[in-house]
Design a protein around this ligand. Structure first.
Ligand SMILES: [Zn+2]
Length: 302
């Protein structure tokens, strides 16, 4: 079993939020062993662990926390953190929404690379499935089956002829994640973009941070992969699985799924402890140092 990892030094990044269109600034900080991934809302000082019980899936984004301390659009940053194999990190956010950057996880992977990865002493705790868990919503479904490592078989099917049916099959390890998953950008259909803007959402969306598809063509420029759409779904899945707290060892098959079904799978797994075991580690993989809605001490030992 590998050892836990954090980052070597603090790094900062800025950009605008996809939905609010407002500027936001994130600071990524090293964190001690068994800390997990936690967010700190800079304005209120509230610490919010990246856990499913603190998450709400909105129609077009995942939000962590409550009320004034909510942090929106966390999914691509969570995906980058988990995708490159970081276990312990504190994400401080100024503003209410994590910047969308270029719509992929690649800019986050780059700043995590600048921060550097540091191995810690304790082994990581992994949640290993011992029996299948499946959730369905009509024709959409997602299933997790026992496996020694995280693998995905993701299929999407859209009426749009350009996107159509796409399938991505592979192991999700840090190297594959960096090359094949992280660069895949979020995508939307021109008609949905118009609707979103009319609803006051997607205000920061543009051709520079979203692949926009019309009926027969991509209107926002070149694709990074012919199957960039399904790869982005895998990126989203990796981020949503971070809400399990523990890295997952399972083989996942998804058919026409999305954030809501990913989150339902996380809930279904946690609700069935007879279907999994925690391996490695030696203690709880997630010790919350500060309760929710508590002011963070000025001097935090990291
Ligand atoms: Zn996404």
């Amino acid at each position: 079993m590998r050892r836990q990892r954090t980052i070597r030094q603090a790094v900062v990044s800025e950009g605008i939020g996809l939905h609010t269109g407002l500027p936001g600034r994130i600071r990524l900080l090293p964190a001690p062993e068994d800390h997990g991934i936690q967010f700190r809302h800079a304005a209120t000082g509230t610490i919010v662990p990246a856990r499913i019980d603190h998450a709400q899936e909105l129609a077009f984004a995942t939000r962590i926390g409550l009320g004034q301390s909510a942090i929106s659009t966390v999914e691509h940053l969570l995906s980058a953190i988990r995708g490159v194999g970081i276990d312990n990190i504190l994400v401080e956010l100024e503003g209410g929404e994590v910047p969308i950057m270029d719509g992929s996880a690649e800019p986050f992977v780059e700043i995590l690379g600048e921060a550097g990865i540091r191995e810690q002493e304790r082994p990581v705790t992994v949640l290993r499935l011992t029996a299948p868990v499946e959730v369905r919503d009509g024709a959409k479904w997602i299933r997790a089956e026992p496996s020694d490592e995280l693998t995905v078989d993701y299929r999407i099917s859209f009426d749009n002829p350009l996107v159509g049916y796409q399938r991505y099959v592979g192991t999700v390890d840090p190297e594959t994640y960096r090359k094949a998953i992280a660069p895949a950008r979020t995508f939307g259909f021109l008609k949905d973009v118009k609707y979103l803007k009319s609803q006051g959402l997607g205000l920061g969306g543009s051709y520079s941070n979203c692949v926009i598809v019309d009926d027969h063509r991509v209107v926002s420029g070149e694709l990074r992969f012919p199957d960039e759409f399904v790869r982005h779904k895998v990126l989203d899945l990796v981020g949503d699985l971070a809400l399990l707290e523990y890295p997952l060892a399972a083989s996942i098959t998804a058919h026409k799924a999305g954030h809501a079904l990913h989150a339902d799978l996380v809930r279904a797994i946690l609700a069935r402890p007879e279907c999994w075991e925690l391996v490695g580690g030696g203690g709880p993989a997630f010790v919350v140092p500060f309760p929710l809605e508590t002011e963070i001490p000025a001097a935090i030992a990291l």
